[in-house]
Design a protein around this ligand. Structure first.
Ligand SMILES: [Zn+2]
Length: 1029
């Protein structure tokens, strides 16, 4: 039974239809809404504050209201002030959204205040909407991190407010474009709807005209079907009040002056203006209900200003119903109360199956620059996601207890990752000082998680009572720097694999010596290669003092959810064949240079080292693919007119449609060793790349190094990697959404409206979170580029792919951040960023298998750690496990264990023992692969080595509601007109599981389970929400 049905069962149907739905015992939820009038236009006033979890100030500065010279904003005062005002009148409403802030405030309150606030939540006066730790960005975020940051907020609300604290509505009022995957995840959280503010201005004009501002969005039309459908509404005015009705202490609009004896009495005019605004808005919306967002950024620090005037606005506008036959009815409301009325209205809604990217607010203002802005931060956030997953897994596998403080320490990284997903964090649209603060939080969280991992390894590695020395992690691998491996001559490396499959990975250790012997976990000699660290790398200022002159390269093979240990010793003796140094391989100017392994052959220009073609040796598919790195000049401008829009942190606006070409060329060079071959290409002194082919791998790796981007010509630059292929693509290309489902893209085209393209490059950019590819059906060929972080890109010409790698700009784009995107790095000369892409060519049918597998292994890359030892293998292996897996057999190749963690607080159902949370994911789409797209069953019974599972309960994706209790509102659509209401789609709950714990997963399905262990430990008592990083 859905909420509507519950209410209709309690009241007579006629009462229900008369819509005076308010019970004396009103509890939270749809039953607690203020009454509406069905024969009138109902204006739902939604008092709200939009509190960025960092933007111009850090999250902590915003909380306290420090640095008010930058922006007058203090969230603590908002909450203090609003609570008082809600208590003064039970009809008043307020929504709160960002749990990173609310949790800070909650921690400071006494029990009496907490009691009061719970009362407001239980009565529906204060409603939590969205309920994530932040309002996450949708273009640069990965689905793993989105689910985690929501689960974190949901868990806080569940522990403190129970069911009345469970959010039912997505509220993405500020993010700069909207991903279909986000809609799908929201639906799977059990949300009934989503409201947002920003969509392309052309799209918005069409929708206003056609009265399609509200729709049913198919979040996963090919895979999850109706389970991922989400009712979606576009707000009329971003998230601002109608013009003239901002009653905040920081607004200049006139208050309502209602004593007619006083001068400046303005009630009649105010009400008239308001009714006009309401009537104009109502024209564009389908039902006799409209919503007005009464608030904005950090407003309500003095809530009395708002409520005093809104009370009067409601009173005087509604008075006209009696005196003037007005049909406008104004009420305090919330997004869920508004949504509920839309559902009651029994309309047919249009549907949408694509996404809301890219977003432009005027002809030359495409918000596609932030897809790449702050490329280093984006890379750090992605890498830290894997670190957090590994930390949670190890805590769970080692069954750490709270004497280790592990819950608390993990919470620090969870919260740091939570704020980093914000739409001004990973998006790169914050001030530099705030970006630094996000990075610092991540670094601190990682160091706290390293303590947890050390405690876990301390349990998992020793065979007996022998203590294991602490491990050390190296955070600067990406620039070939690690003081531990550089200064120790003999050590062990323990590599943890956070994936439930056996994984091989190439390791490159920065070292100071010339030769090393490496012994593997089974006492086998591991083949290695030594390659010199390039001068280019040595010139990266952040390597300050690094002694590494060489990279020690070898391949590790790791058990699923487990680790392997490698013994590394500097060798002075003659280097054996197995430990070879790479040697220069001459390139001839007039001849192509060929690099080849057993799977791929690639041709490079013998003069420059630029890639020309690649051949898949198994299929014989050969593709001409010229690759280089070039740049656009960012448009200069002062925003004084729309035509003067500059490129900035948000906006991408190149000043030509053709990238700049280099004035001179540099000779390429190559090296060959037994394990990896490399071609070095220098496009300019500040743009270089290494193209690598590892033995046995079916992809080519491209490591790009870009920066410092020169600005001595006073011009900002946006650097792109470009692939020109001979594929016939007919404007089509494909990108992923948040690392998950593939979105079909067509150049200069939008599926739901006729596009007038005004920016041929920027207007064709889309988010690339992990992959972009081209297909040529006639040739049965797919060319795929995988990335290691979120970037922007597209296919600006047929057969072409471009990916923006790094940008440095000298103008602010006037969207609030107030700074140009000018990252200067440690030496203040301009930040150098390094990253990787992986490319391959295959048949269309074989490509999904390749990119799905590589995508998983890239974002969940193994994590190495180090310890000093003078023991040899035989001695070490007496005391310590050299290899270990947490599961008895690998997961099926199409299944990923997305979550494995000790579930912090008391369980959803009463439980004496500490529950675990497990998410299993089928990570292939329907029809993508002949075998791996099929449904798959995993048994949780006897899966884990350290523990056995007693029982499981399926939860919604956000882990805050048993699946058996999920009941979402149902919607009628135009495409699927059903006359019989009973036959309308009902989200089927899965039957509760009994017996063998067999979990069946359909394509792209994620299933979330709260798990009880056999003889589990007592429930943890600690309040993990007492930390905020
Ligand atoms: Zn915002």
């Amino acid at each position: 039974m859905n909420a509507a049905a519950i209410i209709c069962a309690v009241y007579f149907v006629t009462t229900c239809q008369a819509a005076t739905i308010r019970s004396k015992d009103a509890k939270c939820g749809y039953g607690s809404c203020n009454p509406v009038k069905d024969d009138m236009i109902n204006v739902h006033l939604v008092p709200h504050t939009h509190d960025d979890v960092g933007w111009l100030k850090t999250v902590d500065q915003y909380y306290y209201g420090s640095k008010n010279g930058i922006q007058n904003a203090g969230v603590q005062y908002v909450l203090d002030s609003v609570i008082k005002e809600l208590l003064a009148d039970p009809t008043r409403r307020f929504i709160y959204v960002e749990i990173a802030f609310f949790a800070r405030w909650w921690r400071e309150q006494h029990d009496s205040m907490r009691h009061v606030v719970k009362g407001l939540v239980n009565s529906g006066q204060l409603e939590f909407i969205l309920g994530g730790w932040c309002m996450n960005d949708e273009a640069a975020t990965h689905y793993n991190a989105i689910i985690d940051q929501h689960s974190l907020g949901f868990e806080f609300l569940r522990q403190n407010f129970g069911e009345c604290g469970r959010p039912k509505i997505g509220w993405q009022i500020d993010p700069f474009g909207h991903s279909r995957e986000q809609a799908s995840l929201f639906a799977q959280f059990g949300f009934d709807g989503l409201f947002f503010g920003r969509l392309d201005f052309q799209d918005k004009n069409e929708r206003l005209k056609n009265i399609t501002m509200e729709m049913l969005w198919h979040g996963s039309p090919k895979n999850l079907g109706q389970k991922a459908d989400l009712f979606t509404g576009v707000l009329p005015n971003l998230y601002q009040p109608p013009s003239g009705f901002c009653f905040d202490v920081f607004c200049d609009d006139e208050p309502i002056m209602d004593d007619h004896r006083l001068h400046d009495y303005n009630v009649d005019q105010k009400v008239k203006d308001f009714i006009k605004a309401a009537e104009e808005q109502a024209i564009h919306y389908k039902t006799n209900h409209i919503v007005m967002t009464m608030g904005s950024d950090f407003l309500y620090q003095n809530a009395n200003h708002w409520y005093k005037n809104l009370d009067k606005l409601i009173k005087y506008t509604n008075m006209l119903q009696e005196t003037n036959n007005s049909n406008i009815n104004v009420l305090y409301s919330t997004p869920s109360c508004y949504l509920y009325q839309l559902n009651r209205a029994d309309q047919e809604w249009t549907t949408k199956s694509d996404d809301f990217f890219p977003y432009a607010h005027q002809n030359h203002s495409f918000w596609t620059g932030y897809f790449t802005s702050r490329a280093a931060l984006k890379g750090y956030v992605r890498e830290t996601n894997a670190f957090l997953q590994a930390c949670k897994q190890l805590d769970a596998l080692a069954m750490l207890e709270d004497i280790h403080n592990s819950t608390y320490n993990i919470q620090i990284l969870k919260e740091a990752m939570g704020v980093a997903q914000h739409h001004d964090a990973v998006s790169g649209t914050e001030k530099q000082a705030v970006a630094d603060d996000y990075a610092m939080r991540l670094a601190y969280g990682r160091s706290e998680c390293q303590k947890v991992m050390n405690d876990a390894f301390g349990r998992l590695i020793p065979k007996g009572s022998e203590g294991f020395p602490g491990l050390v992690w190296c955070d600067l691998y990406n620039i070939s720097s690690c003081s531990f491996t550089e200064t120790n001559k003999q050590f062990v490396m323990v590599v943890y694999n956070p994936v439930g499959h056996t994984v091989s990975r190439w390791i490159r250790l920065p070292v100071a010596g010339q030769a090393y012997a490496v012994i593997g976990p089974n006492n086998e000699v591991i083949e290695t290669q030594i390659s010199g660290v390039t001068e280019r790398t040595k010139g990266i200022p952040e390597r300050n003092g690094s002694l590494a002159h060489n990279d020690l390269i070898f391949k590790v093979t790791l058990p699923p959810l487990g680790f392997s240990t490698y013994f590394i010793r500097m060798s002075n003796s003659l280097v054996k064949r197995k430990y070879q140094r790479a040697v220069k391989k001459p390139m001839k100017e007039n001849e192509d240079f060929v690099m080849k392994n057993e799977h791929i052959s690639a041709k490079f220009d013998g003069k420059t080292g630029m890639l020309k073609s690649m051949t898949n040796l198994a299929t014989g598919l050969e593709l001409d693919v010229q690759q280089d790195i070039v740049y656009y000049f960012g448009h200069n401008g002062n925003c004084s007119k729309p035509e003067f829009e500059p490129s900035g942190a948000y906006i991408f606006r190149p000043n030509t449609t053709v990238p700049e070409s280099w004035k001179m060329s540099y000779p390429g060079s190559a090296e060959q060793g037994p394990l990896v071959q490399e071609v070095y290409t220098k496009f300019s002194p500040w743009v270089t790349q290494v193209t690598r082919m590892y033995e046995g791998e079916q992809y080519i790796e491209i490591e790009w190094t870009v920066g410092p981007i020169p600005i001595d010509d006073n011009r900002g630059k946006e650097v792109i990697a470009r692939f020109n292929t001979s594929l016939n693509t007919n404007k089509m290309f494909y990108t992923d959404a948040n690392g998950r489902e593939i979105q079909t893209r067509k150049r200069d085209y939008r599926p739901t409206w006729k596009l007038n393209q005004t920016e041929p490059v920027a207007g064709n950019y889309y988010p690339i979170n992990s992959r972009i590819f081209l297909q040529d059906e006639a040739k049965d060929m797919q060319f795929t580029v995988m990335t290691d972080r979120s970037q922007g890109g597209g296919s600006i010409h047929d057969g072409q792919i471009e990916i923006m790698l790094h940008r440095r700009l000298l103008h602010d784009d006037c969207l609030g951040v107030g700074e140009p995107l000018n990252e200067t790095g440690a030496d203040h000369k301009g930040l150098i960023v390094r990253g990787k892409m992986y490319i391959f060519v295959d048949t269309i049918a074989s490509s999904a298998r390749r990119h799905r597998d590589l995508g998983l292994r890239t974002y969940m890359a193994p994590i190495p750690a180090f310890a000093e030892t003078d023991m040899k293998y035989t001695e070490y292996s007496q005391y310590f496990h050299t290899t270990w897996s947490g599961i008895k057999s690998p997961l099926p190749p199409n299944v990923h264990m997305l979550t494995l963690e000790q579930w912090g607080g008391p369980s959803i159902e009463p439980s004496a023992s500490q529950p675990y949370l497990i998410r299993l994911e089928h990570f292939y789409e329907n029809g993508e692969d002949a075998e791996l797209s099929k449904p798959v069953t995993v048994s949780l019974q006897n899966l884990f080595i350290p523990f056995n599972i007693d029982s499981v309960e399926e939860l919604t994706l956000g882990a805050n509601l048993p699946m058996s209790k999920l009941d979402r509102l149902k919607w009628k659509t135009k495409e699927n007109i059903l006359t019989d209401k009973e036959n309308m789609y009902i989200v089927k709950n899965r039957e509760s599981l009994t017996g063998p714990l067999d979990i069946t997963l359909n394509p792209m399905e994620i299933r979330t389970f709260q798990v009880k262990l056999q003889s589990g430990k007592p429930v943890k008592k600690g309040d993990k929400f007492s930390v905020f990083s």
